[in-house]
Design a protein around this ligand. Structure first.
Ligand code: AGP
Length: 606
């Protein structure tokens, strides 16, 4: 999604702004731009290519330079990704503005501003904000933005400069992220602290409705009621390494291989599964609840679907899993004794946050976030939180965030099971031992990469694929299909294998590769029958089989042998070869793996 960077300094900040955009590239974008006050005038450069192209323009072609500026990566919502829609957007060569989010009442505002003589040169909703601020400006940009945002409906984070205030950038946020970076005699704004790695490690995280002014001297914040506000300044480090690729071709590949480390960091240090892993109040909350409602999107939703099996089989607690964007708009029956669990890598996904707020508005008082970003809006919005320690995930396709979410959700299931008397000390120790051995088991799965590369050459020539799984591994099949379509653009669908004969079997021909997740669990014999249904129609099976399943390669069946069955934690092992299959197929097709077309990393708009 769109990324914002802003800076006020006593040096040329164009390199800082462009570097910030480079660090935000992972969020996904289709155009970018930068504007600075240069000799008292706003000047800008914009590109519909990559940030590297913008860099080329500002360094070689325009030699743009200035000490106050804003920059943006745009993910188009209103208006095509063409130069005149790229931000920064100007108003009468006086105001320059960048925006992340969607202004819902932009049409009414545009008519009102046209009535005042403003001309619109873009198709963006953003242009109304620039003209609105221009029309309301009376010498104080901070006050003007505070007044102007009162007229905006929707979600936004903005950063704005005005030619008459040469050392000032004003920002505001409502529903989209914005952080303040605090430096020495210089200050910054950004959508994500990662953008400012190398410039500062001190950050203040703005609250919903905040308006902020940064100058050389300091930072001034007003809250949603217009009252002066202080936001704690925290030191956030260790961001630097995340944007370095090291020996890998893509961030996705790096992140797949980081999974043993990420899971090690996410497994609790303690020798028992205790409620306080989820927050001080968790013991009280967990003893009150009688069910669980999981809300999430995309890959995070699939981790929730997997967790349902654990929560119901290990902790015997009824669990419902809902797609956040559906839940937020449907009429549901709230149960105040249910624990609402939101799952998110970013903690900024607009649909999941809205679903959480919707649940709260219906009277759900117990909420838990499973999230990878400690400072995110989601973690601030819930009563309890469990942080996954995946580290920054740059690739748009989620990998290590998924397996660390599964790890966290397994810890939740065993913790609840223990409290509810379904897990004794012996079983608890066995679960812990299995969790701690997981990173080593994952390393043996990662070693399958050469065999997966061989398969990917064949997949790269296909246009469709089916994924099959059963039980606990059905959500893993769903995730495998999502990974493949997301980055290789091959149409892929996942089914619980028992559903094949109820429709999708009609698609099976020699041209249809059928990827099968085959753990040695209670459903193995059923799965083998489903595989025969495919073979009988000439379908080609590509099977990831546990070593102890006795499924062997034969005519029309290719097998990659996984380690022996890993019990309840098996889904965490089985998803990894599917990630690698998607990755190498995408590489073979030559797609932009880390930034697949039309997608964004952090989906901060509805
Ligand atoms: C997965 O590969 C995705 N890119 C996407 O489905 C993602 O999981 C979804 O948008 C939710 O994001 P979140 O975990 O940051 O909330």
């Amino acid at each position: 999604m769109c990324g914002i960077v802003g800076a006020v300094a006593q040096r040329n900040i164009v390199p800082v702004l462009v570097e910030g955009l480079r660090r935000l590239e992972y969020r996904g974008y289709d155009s970018c731009g930068v504007a600075v006050l240069s000799n008292g005038e706003p000047r800008r450069a914009r590109s519909v290519a990559r940030v590297a192209d913008l860099d080329e323009q500002v360094v070689r072609e325009t030699q743009l330079s200035g000490m106050t500026g804003i920059a943006h990566t745009r993910w188009a919502t209103h208006g095509a990704p063409v130069t005149h829609n790229a931000h920064p957007i100007f108003s009468r060569d006086t105001v320059a503005l960048v925006h992340n989010g969607i202004i819902e009442n932009y049409e009414a505002l545009r008519e009102m501003l046209r009535g005042k003589g403003y001309e619109f040169v873009s198709q963006t909703d953003t242009e109304v904000i620039a003209h609105l601020i221009h029309s309301m400006y009376r010498g104080d940009l901070f006050q003007t933005v505070r007044d102007a945002v009162q007229q905006l409906h929707g979600a936004y984070a903005i950063a704005v400069i005005h030619k008459d205030q040469p050392h000032t950038v004003v920002g505001a946020r409502q529903g989209s992220p914005l952080v303040v970076g605090v430096g020495e005699g210089e200050n910054f704004l950004a959508s994500d602290a990662l953008a400012l790695a190398g410039s500062t490690d001190r950050f203040a995280f703005l609250e919903e409705g905040d308006v902020v002014e940064i100058t050389l001297e300091g930072v001034k914040i007003a809250d949603r009621d217009g009252l002066p506000a202080q936001r704690e300044v925290r030191v956030v480090s260790a961001y630097g390494g995340a944007v370095e690729l090291g020996p890998y071709r893509h961030f996705m590949q790096k992140e797949i291989f980081e999974q043993p480390r990420a899971i090690t960091d996410t497994i609790p240090q303690s020798d028992s599964f205790d409620a306080d892993l989820f927050g001080e109040k968790a013991a009280g909350v967990f003893s009150e609840i009688d069910s669980i409602l999981i809300l999430a999107c995309g890959t995070s939703y699939y981790s929730g679907l997997t967790a349902k099996y654990w929560l119901e089989s290990i902790a015997k607690i009824p669990t419902q899993v809902e797609i956040a964007s559906e839940y937020r708009y449907r009429e549901s029956v709230p149960n105040p004794k249910s624990l609402v669990v939101t799952i998110s890598q970013s903690g900024e996904t607009a649909d999941t946050i809205a679903a959480l707020k919707h649940a709260q508005s219906l009277g759900h008082k117990h909420t838990l976030a499973i999230c990878n970003v400690a400072t995110s809006a989601m973690v601030r919005q819930t009563e309890l939180a469990f942080l996954t320690h995946a580290g920054t995930e740059i690739g748009v396709a989620s990998t290590k965030a998924f397996t660390t979410q599964l790890t966290a959700l397994f810890v939740l299931a065993v913790t609840l099971a223990k409290m509810r008397g379904f897990v004794d000390a012996k079983r608890e120790a066995a679960y812990l031992a299995q969790l701690r051995h997981l990173p080593a088991a994952l390393n043996s799965v990662l070693a399958l990469e050469p065999q997966i590369i061989a398969w990917s050459e064949e997949f790269a020539r296909k246009e469709n694929a089916l994924f099959l799984g059963r039980g606990l591994h059905y959500p893993i099949a769903l995730e495998g299909a999502l990974k493949l379509k997301e980055i290789s653009y091959i149409h892929a669908e996942a089914y619980p294998a028992g559903e094949l004969k109820h429709g999708p079997l009609a698609l099976v021909t020699e041209a249809m590769p059928v990827v099968t997740v085959a753990p040695n669990d209670a459903l193995l014999d059923k799965l083998k029958s489903n595989m025969q249904e495919v073979r009988a129609r000439g379908g080609e099976l590509y099977v990831f089989a546990d070593a102890d399943t006795r499924i062997v390669s034969e005519d029309g069946i290719q097998v990659i042998r996984m380690p022996e069955h890993y019990g309840a934690l098996s889904p965490i092992l089985h998803v990894v070869p599917l990630q690698m299959l998607a990755y190498h197929t995408a590489c073979a097709r030559g797609t932009d793996v880390d930034k697949p077309r039309n997608l964004a990393k952090s989906v901060t708009v509805e």
